[in-house]
Design a protein around this ligand. Sequence first.
Ligand SMILES: [Zn+2]
Length: 112
Amino acid sequence: MLLTPRMPCPACGTTVPNRTIGGHYRCKQCGLELQPAHSQSVIEGVIETFLAVVAAWLLGFRGWKLIPMTFLIFVVLLFALLPVWERFWPTWLEPYGTGMRRRRTDSPGAKK
Ligand SMILES: [Zn+2]
């Protein structure tokens, strides 16, 4: 989710409005369907998982108790760090179905 939707469309540069929950981002100018960059989501997820493990460890959770506490802290960090990510590493958009979310039936002509 873009807290402050001001991301440019990668095709035409128009500012893309925020999406409704569950839908795709769509450029009003050129109609291109967009998604937040998948590589960025993966990197953020890895960092948040690492921070969650460290936090749970520092809170004294060990062994099997570390796993549910890590998950709980991860969920909290997912929302708590959203404004931090947007401030220091803003989300960029890529055409829907590209990046690591590429469709299996993708052909070179379908990448637009
Ligand atoms: Zn566009």
